[in-house]
Design a protein around this ligand. Structure first.
Ligand SMILES: [Zn+2]
Length: 161
């Protein structure tokens, strides 16, 4: 799933444990894998390779890499901002942010693995690839389904808050 969806779901889950940052972070991190198992759409990147067999060791900073980093950065920041806006109170803002960032983390860790193939990144990568749905959906359904899914998770979390 795209990072915004992960961030919103992680923030939603964290908002259920506003006084337990460790549980919020662990649950947010775990949520990444749970929702990656759902068939979904991911936006294409120009030069950074992701997923099975990704190898970025030869990646050099160029225009395409900067555009990729910009997209990923906007995606992550928008998700984090949305999660804070939807779920945080002044008292829970830190924990919600933590859950949200923890939910994004497995993807930067995939990138780390693609340039640095060592444990524990290798085991994590194997698990990530194993759980990640192989079924891709078209972008129209992909975008609308992720918005609907994030809204649904938000509504459920709000109901429990
Ligand atoms: Zn992922």
């Amino acid at each position: 799933m795209i990072l915004s969806t992960h961030a919103v779901v992680g923030g939603a889950i964290a908002s259920l444990f506003p006084s337990d940052p460790i549980l919020a972070a662990v649950a947010g991190f775990a949520s990444h894998f749970a929702i990656d198992a759902i068939p979904h759409w991911d936006y294409p990147l120009r030069s950074i390779s992701v997923g099975k067999g990704a190898d970025n060791r030869r990646l050099r900073l160029n225009r395409d890499v900067v555009i990729d980093l910009f997209c990923v950065g906007v995606d992550a920041c928008a998700g984090l901002a949305l999660a804070i806006w939807l779920f945080a109170t002044p008292a829970s803002a830190l924990v919600v942010s933590l859950g949200s960032i923890a939910a994004i983390m497995p993807d930067p860790l995939q990138f780390m693995h693609s340039i640095h193939q060592r444990e524990p990144l290798m085991s994590l990568q194997r698990f990530h690839e194993w759980i990640h749905s192989d079924r891709k959906v078209g972008w129209r359904l992909g975008v609308s389904s992720q918005i609907t899914f994030a809204a649904l998770v938000s509504a459920v979390a709000q109901a429990f808050n």
